[in-house]
Each structure stands twice: as C-alpha cells, then as structure tokens.
Design a binder for this molecule. Structure first.
Ligand SMILES: [Mg+2]
Ligand SMILES: [Zn+2]
Length: 187
C-alpha cells in the first residue's frame, strides 16, 4: 500500500517539435541542403523563447532528414545544418534539450522515420517524460500520425506545409494553430 509517491513529480512535460516548416521555413519538395538556406520563423523564436523561460516544458526536436538517405546531402552537412539551427535558437534564449533525427530514406524501412515512433522512444529513454502532459507539433500528416502512434497529443501548425496538409490529407489532430505563438493557448 502506498500512501503517496513523489516519483512522478520529477517527470517533465515535453513539446516535441518537428523542424522543417515548424521552426524553419520549408517548401514542398525542396530539401534544406545548404546552411545559407536556413530561415527561422520569427514567430517560432518568440514563442519558443517564452516557453523556454517558463521552464514548464522540455523542448525536443524530432526531424526526418531523408535528404541524407536519398543522397542529396551528406550526413556531415546535415549535422552542420542542425547545429546551425540549434545555435540560432540558443542565441535567442531558447533551450533545446535534445534533437533526434532520422537520416534514412523511406526505402531503408528504419524504425525512426516518422510516422514511426523510434525518435520518441529514444527521448523516453533519455528523459523522464510526463506523456499525458506532452505534445507533438508538426506541419505534416506524418507528424500527426507519429503523435497518434506514440499516444501524444497532436498539434497541426499552419506554417510550412500545414495548410496543404489541412486541405489535402485526412487527419485527425487534437489542436490546430496558425504558428508556434498559438501554443500558449493550448499548453
Ligand atoms: Mg515539417
Ligand atoms: Zn530512420
């Protein structure tokens, strides 16, 4: 018989963030293969800075980078782009607790490419996560499906390919926001 337990108090709520089209600009069918092409949404900087300051959520990026597996970009270059994005975020007062990426192509049939949940599982190994209080935010069907597969609340964002996803795909998401500033109304 347990009178009480404080164990769960140490669990952290997480915002799992897709990268392209959510944090930085993204065009359909175009891969980010060049550091110079990385443009971060100012709305994302503002929103994530505010969230960082409250310290109520860990921010974790989960990103499919099949440009590597498809041979459009080297793994080294892909890492450089990720580091560059992290550096810009840090400079803007945003603390990212982890970044997980899938470098595989769809043909590789890996367990990390969204909508599979490999990256989420890795995060659950690395952190003590309060699943019920966590969200996954993305602009594509694969993001929403990842949230469903992992049992996380899903947020469809209208930046990046969000509008196209909304009009073309049959999906059931939990929340829809214009850009990341909309998060404060739901978290
Ligand atoms: Mg995306
Ligand atoms: Zn993978």
């Amino acid at each position: 018989m347990k009178l009480f337990s404080t164990k769960n108090k140490n669990k952290k709520k997480v915002l799992f963030l897709d990268r392209d089209g959510v944090i930085n600009k993204d065009k359909a069918g175009e891969y980010i293969t060049d550091i110079g092409k990385v443009k971060i949404y100012s709305s994302a900087l503002k929103a994530l800075k505010e969230i960082s300051e409250t310290r109520k959520y860990l921010l974790i990026i989960i990103t499919n980078q099949s440009a590597v597996g498809r041979g459009f970009i080297t793994l080294k270059r892909s890492k450089e782009i990720n580091y560059k994005i992290l550096k810009i975020l840090k400079k803007n007062g945003i603390k990212i607790s982890a970044l997980y990426y899938c470098p595989h192509s769809p043909k590789d049939n890996c367990s990390c490419r969204k909508p599979k949940t490999g990256m989420i599982k890795e995060a659950f190994k690395d952190f003590r996560i309060d699943k019920e209080g966590s969200f996954l935010i993305g602009d594509k069907k694969s993001d929403i499906q990842t949230a469903i597969n992992a049992g996380l609340k899903s947020v469809l964002v209208m930046t990046g390919q969000g509008k196209k996803t909304l009009s073309k795909e049959k999906i059931s998401y939990n929340f829809k926001i214009k850009d990341l500033r909309g998060l404060k109304k739901i978290i």
